[in-house]
Design a protein around this ligand. Sequence first.
Ligand SMILES: *Cc1c(COP(=O)(O)O)cnc(C)c1O
Length: 366
Amino acid sequence: MIPFLDLKAINAQYRDELIAACTNVIDSGWYVQGTEVRAFEQEFAAYCGTKHAIGVANGLDALMLTLRAWKELGKLKEGDEVIVPANTYIASILAITENRLVPVLVEPDMATYNLCPKNTEAAITKKTRAILPVHLYGQLANMPAIMDIAKRHNLLVLEDSAQAHGANIDGKKAGNWGHASGFSFYPGKNLGALGDAGAVTTNDDELAQTLRALGNYGSHKKYENLYQGVNSRLDEIQAAMLRVKLRYLDAEIVARRAVATAYISGINNPAIVLPTSCDEAHVWHVFVIRCDQRDALQRYLADNGVQTLIHYPLPPHKQQAYKEWNELSYPVSEIIHQQVLSLPIGPTLPLDDVQNIIQLCNEFKL
Ligand SMILES: *Cc1c(COP(=O)(O)O)cnc(C)c1O
């Protein structure tokens, strides 16, 4: 079976360095909020081009705590509306509702699966205070257009960059477009820890300070608590693993791009819709195709030894968790959820396997 993503092979490339970094932390006797976290925060901020990176426990917390920080700073209040793409992974929306803010779901652009600027502008009301674009599948959303809308309507922008570490337009990277950005380092993400981890990037000093306090029981100074915070910190061990893997991120993106380029030039089947972009704006967290007969194609590939996944089978508005939205209609998102299929992609996927998958796709008949 060609696996969808071979995490074991990816991390095996760095085994010696990971073990050495881990050993250092064990021997240091210091496991939370120490030198590894500080160093990773500086290195990741430098990578993204931002002034700050603040380590947190996971990607959901990165988004949730940023919105919470804006509430504490008086920039958002309960009931304010936040525009978010209707086809995102549910975590983007959980971060909004957890803060008692109101998600306004907007149909994505069918060509990129990302937030559509035109639909975004049309969804703005008197209560809109923020936009939460998601760089879905690893492709930067249309940030120049989204930032222009935000500026004209005086809105905050929180990027969900969980799938898009390193994606850029003209060198300006995911995480450095909005007023803040949430990153996940879940093991399967393009920059993955060996457990849960996340970070917020921002150029805003006040926001960075507030986030540091909120993730540490609301404390800005030992035993003094400004806010009713939470415990959401990045561990030293995970920071040490991430420092090793950050050094190879750009090389891994190049390898992912080579797989994507091979698929795009090799797959030629009228039943399969390929992704449109192949430039720096896409780092290919997943390679998503569309097919009318998606389930048949998935079965056929599985029967021929290729594991695929669906990102995602059910849109957030159809989830039991948001049953109040179950009757709403988002036809573009619903078509996407019915038709998308993710082919194997990763920095260690052998090009022979890629050719094999291309041939299978081309031989697939309805
Ligand atoms: C993975 C992911 C998250 C959540 O990150 P965790 O670290 O798993 O909490 C949020 N948004 C998107 C788009 C994601 O893919």
